[in-house]
Each structure stands twice: as structure tokens, then as C-alpha cells.
Design a protein around this ligand. Structure first.
Ligand code: AMP
Length: 195
């Protein structure tokens, strides 16, 4: 699958450890070097601003999508290729998804998790067949990964839906995995066996 535009979800904060900033820079640069357009939430703050700045500095194209109500709080980035101001959060997520061929989450907070899980559930339901991945940094997502495995063991999530989420610490390896990903054909599984 050729990936021309990738949506990155990440913290509006920089996090406690400089490794998060370094990972955002590495990913932004890696996207630009491969001529992959970065689609993101349009903010100039936190890891969001850092990934955008890194892609722009490496000559990449960056499109930000920000809700009107947040443009001040999150500070809309003024130096992007294009900043789209939309009506609200739902419009933001729909537009980011529409423009993107794949999704990557860097470390972040509740917003990042919400965005990642929403596109994942859309994929599980067959609303799209776009790959998604986690850029793991210093074990940041290790506990979440353990919990996701637990969901499979407890038969709330099927193996191949769990496997939709590619996980890698290297931006270039993650991009390669997303490019090679093949969507599963089976629809969402609901366990109807009596307990
Ligand atoms: P956070 O990971 O909490 O730092 O948030 C990262 C980004 O996600 C910020 O731009 C938030 O505005 C955004 N965000 C938070 N909640 C939502 C939501 N429900 N839908 C879309 N974006 C959100």
C-alpha cells in the first residue's frame, strides 16, 4: 500500500522525558524524507508542535486540522503548509481520517488515546481499511499493550483485531510495517457463546 499522507496523534504536552520529544522529531523527519504528508491536530504546542516543526524543517508538507474553540488554547500552528479550522472535535477527527492513508500514535494523553482507539474501532467495524501503529518510546505503551493482550485472553477482542495495531520503536520500521499491512477480511467478532 502506498502511503502518501499519515495522521499522527500525540500529546499536546511534551511529556516528562526528552525521549518523547526526540521520537517526535525522528518521526516528523522520517515522514518528510519519504515525501509522506503529515496530517495532525494543527497545534503548535507539545509533541504536536514538535512533530510538525520537524517535518517542516526537513522540507515536508504538513496539514493541521484544529477546532475553532481550541485554536487559542492549543495555539494553532502558523507555519504549516495548511491549517484548516473546523467546527468541533468530531469534524476534526473525521477530516484527519479522510485525508490520511494510515495513523500513528506517539506518546500522549487522553486525547491521543481517544483518537487512536476511535480509528482502531472504525477499522474493526470495517468502516475503513487503513493501517495503524504505535511508535513505542522507552516502554511508554508497555502497560497498555499488556492490557490489550488481556482483552484478547478474556475474549473481548479477536486476535486479528489486536494485530491491526503495529508497534515499533523505529519510525522507518513502523512505516514499512504499515505499508505492508493487509486488512483482514473477517468482520467484527461478537462472542455469542453462553458463558
Ligand atoms: P492529549 O493527548 O490529551 O494531550 O491531546 C492530544 C490532542 O488530542 C489535542 O489536540 C486534543 O485537543 C485532542 N483531543 C482531545 N480529545 C479529543 C477528542 N475527543 N477528539 C479529537 N481530538 C481530541
Amino acid at each position: 500500500m502506498s502511503l502518501r499522507s499519515i495522521c499522527v496523534f500525540c500529546g499536546a504536552s511534551p511529556g516528562a522525558n526528552p525521549v518523547y520529544r526526540e521520537a517526535a522529531i525522528a518521526l516528523g523527519r522520517c515522514l518528510a524524507e519519504r515525501n509522506i504528508r503529515l496530517i495532525y491536530g494543527g497545534s503548535a504546542v507539545g509533541l504536536m508542535g514538535i512533530v510538525a516543526d520537524a517535518a517542516l524543517a526537513a522540507g515536508g508538507e504538513v496539514i493541521g486540522i484544529i477546532p475553532q474553540s481550541l485554536e487559542e488554547a492549543e495555539i494553532g500552528h502558523k507555519g504549516l503548509t495548511r491549517l484548516e479550522v473546523v467546527d468541533g472535535m468530531h469534524a476534526r477527527k473525521a477530516r484527519m481520517a479522510e485525508l490520511s492513508d494510515a495513523f500513528i500514535a506517539l506518546p500522549g494523553g487522553l486525547g491521543t488515546l481517544e483518537e487512536l482507539f476511535e480509528v482502531w474501532t472504525w477499522g474493526q467495524l470495517g468502516y475503513h481499511s487503513k493501517p495503524l501503529g504505535l511508535l513505542e518510546v522507552n516502554g511508554f505503551y508497555a502497560k497498555l499493550n499488556d492490557f490489550l493482550d488481556h482483552l484478547v485472553v478474556e475474549r473481548f477482542v479477536r486476535d486479528h483485531h489486536r494485530a491491526m495495531l503495529q508497534i515499533n520503536e523505529s519510525p522507518s520500521e513502523l512505516l514499512a510495517a504499515l505499508g505492508n499491512w493487509q486488512p483482514a477480511v473477517e468482520p467484527k467478532w461478537v462472542d455469542r457463546k453462553p458463558s
